[in-house]
Design a protein around this ligand. Structure first.
Ligand SMILES: Cc1cc2nc3c(=O)[nH]c(=O)nc-3n(C[C@H](O)[C@H](O)[C@H](O)COP(=O)(O)O)c2cc1C
Length: 218
């Protein structure tokens, strides 16, 4: 009888989440998502940025970054030290192989360009490859596109990706929580992303029926 060593995988104590920021408008969504994830226990964050995201980050956050030398502290202060950053062309990143486990990947904001390339099965940077891995390994892939209006190709690519198992979660906030600030609009979208990551936060931006509001005196 062969003496095979069977290794039993230990219960995972941490959740590994990959965040990719691409060159669509709405970098603030990624910034806020990461800030909220950093407040949670047991989450490991791996961050990568597309080359074109640097331009949008500079435009929208007024932070000039050099992707070769980027450190997450530039965007997240001291807490950024907890984030592992990969350059988008760093093919040594563990997660380009399905044999290295991660629980979920979020592309936020997701440009129509990146969305189309994933739908087309391309994988010539690590964002595309890790998305490809997420799909093939049946792991959670959440795409947060920001574009309007949508043309036939955008819609077709989204349909392809939904069919392949991705979650298309457009950056499209609701208004039933009566937002008064940009942050409240941003939090609406980020909360939905967190919901889909299985992280349920109690924030006062969920829809409540008028009857319930009345009972609770809201
Ligand atoms: C300031 C700025 C804002 C942009 N906003 C969007 C956007 O909201 N949605 C989108 O799909 N592309 C947007 N683009 C275009 C993308 O950056 C472009 O298609 C790029 O090739 C995407 O590359 P990436 O997916 O590798 O990041 C924007 C570009 C710039 C410079």
């Amino acid at each position: 009888m062969r003496n095979e060593r069977v290794s039993v995988s230990k219960n995972r104590k941490t959740m590994k989440i990959i965040i990719a920021i691409t060159g669509a408008s709405g970098v603030i969504y990624a910034q806020r998502l990461i800030e909220m994830l950093l407040q949670q226990e047991g989450i490991e964050i791996f961050l990568t940025l597309s080359k074109n995201s640097a331009l949008v980050i500079e435009d929208e956050l007024k932070v000039k970054i050099d992707l070769q030398r980027f450190s997450p502290e530039e965007l997240f202060g001291e807490k950024g030290k907890k984030i592992v950053y990969y350059h988008c062309e760093d093919l040594t990143a563990n997660f380009i192989s399905g044999s290295n486990h991660f629980e979920a990947m979020v592309i936020i904001p997701c440009s129509m360009g990146t969305l189309a390339r994933i739908a087309g099965g391309l994988s010539d940077n690590i964002i595309l490859r890790m998305a490809d891995v997420a799909l093939k390994e049946r792991r959670k892939l959440i795409l947060v596109p920001r574009e309007t209006p949508l043309n036939y190709l955008h819609l077709r690519n989204m349909l392809e990706l939904t069919t392949a198992g991705a979650i298309i979660l457009p950056a499209s906030p609701g208004f039933y929580h009566h937002p008064m600030t940009i942050n409240e609009l941003v939090d609406f979208v980020v909360l939905r992303v967190l919901d889909h990551l299985g992280i349920k936060l109690d924030m006062p931006i969920r829809w409540q029926s008028p009857q319930l509001r009345c009972i609770m005196n809201l």
